[in-house]
Design a protein around this ligand. Structure first.
Ligand code: ADP
Ligand code: MG
Length: 362
């Protein structure tokens, strides 16, 4: 059911350039976490450090009782098998069709027979909505399909931890929301620990259980989605709400004189927007790592901004949740779909029921 990763005091520099320092966070087992930050803040470097492709200057990455940066080569190789990674560029082999691309890690790292390889490849292609595209070359498919193929390849060795670098980069908003849906559904299906790197604020606001923000060589904050979306911390607030007023400028950070000028003019950072309902699985299943809407706020005495957790149909999911959970109870309860909201998948942020499952082509 996924593995917890505990990062402690991690610091990385290239020559004299410090990329980030003293990063500490825990990726809870089985949950979806997002790492957000402006371009160039070292999000990709962080992912590469997590899988041991880059060596940090100091700090720890605990995967179970193994501290990844200090493992001997053979153990590092073993530990890496726990990870599935989709890098930013997808890195498919251009001369291999989708089937062979996805089969590659199986042929490389296992001794499975071709019929076994086929079973696994087809299963993963189905998971990401790519059945039927096996014979296509990467050059013949859309950007969204390439990401899906990369995702299928990251899944073939049944990872406990899935790292995805900017699934939304280069995709239009429609393809991005279909891919986000696929990621949420995948998490429910395989139960692995997910870390998604993105600079897309909408993805960060609606998909994960936890959010982290990298800025100015530091991890400004990491915690449950509701904690960051209700935070008054200036950088978190500005970034998660896409505001011009705040510490972040066009050239990534504003200089002191700009900030002083803003302060003199008395710019009001404004009210926090409502916390949107979290994206649900398309079949309505509750993910093992999913938190009840409003639970963090309630537990910490935080009043969420007005209108929070209300979906397009005006339903407040803090109120709906207990009934919804009861309707999904597996033993003795009504079957999935018999919940108060109506058709399965008719949830906050989900595509209308008619469009569900439409994945291939996106
Ligand atoms: N292998 C490397 N050698 C030297 N500098 C690097 C290397 N990889 C990344 N960098 C630098 O690290 C910084 C962060 O890069 P990156 O992690 O790609 O940012 P992000 O993914 O947040 O956009 C950049 O300034 C980049 O030039
Ligand atoms: Mg990057």
């Amino acid at each position: 059911m996924g593995v917890e990763i505990r990062v402690e005091g991690l610091t990385k520099s290239f020559g004299r350039q410090t990329i980030w320092q003293d990063v500490s966070l825990t990726l809870p087992a089985g949950e979806i976490s997002v790492l957000l930050g402006p371009s160039g803040t070292g999000k990709s470097v962080f992912l590469k450090s997590l899988v041991g492709l880059l060596k940090p200057d100091r700090g720890h990455i605990w995967v179970g009782d193994r501290d990844l940066p200090y493992l001997p080569e053979a153990q590092l190789y073993e530990t890496r098998k726990l990870f599935g990674v989709l890098f930013q560029d997808g890195a498919l082999f251009g001369s291999m069709n989708i089937y062979d691309n996805v089969a590659f890690p199986l042929r490389e790292h296992t001794k499975k027979s071709e019929s076994e390889v086929k079973r696994i490849v087809m299963e993963k292609l189905e998971l990401v909505g790519l059945l039927g595209a096996e014979k296509k070359l990467p050059g013949e498919i859309s950007g969204g399909m390439k990401k899906r193929a990369g995702l299928a390849r990251a899944l073939v060795l049944n990872p406990e931890i899935l790292l995805v670098d900017e699934p939304d980069s280069g995709l239009d908003p429609v393809r991005t929301s279909y891919l986000n849906q696929t990621i949420v559904d995948l998490n429910a299906e395989i139960g692995a620990t997910f870390l998604i790197v993105t600079h897309d604020i909408n993805t960060a606001r609606t998909v994960p259980d936890n959010i982290g923000l990298l800025f100015r060589r530091e991890l400004v904050m990491f915690g449950p989605r509701e904690m960051l979306l209700s935070s008054e911390e200036p950088v978190v607030r500005q970034f998660l709400n896409a505001r011009k007023i705040g510490p972040i400028g066009m050239s990534e950070e504003k200089d002191v004189s700009e900030l002083e000028a803003e302060a003199k003019q008395g710019h009001d950072p404004g009210k926090l927007p409502p916390i949107p309902p979290q994206l649900m699985t398309s079949d309505g299943r509750i993910r093992p790592g999913q938190h009840a809407p409003g639970a963090w706020c309630a537990a910490h005495g935080v009043t969420p901004p007005p209108g929070s957790f209300v979906d397009d149909l005006g339903r407040n999911w803090v109120e709906e949740w207990p009934r919804y959970v009861a309707s999904m109870a597996p033993a003795g309860g009504p079957p999935p779909g018999a919940h108060p909201g109506g058709a399965p998948g008719h949830f906050p942020g989900n595509p209308p029921p008619g469009q569900q499952g439409a994945g291939a082509g996106y």
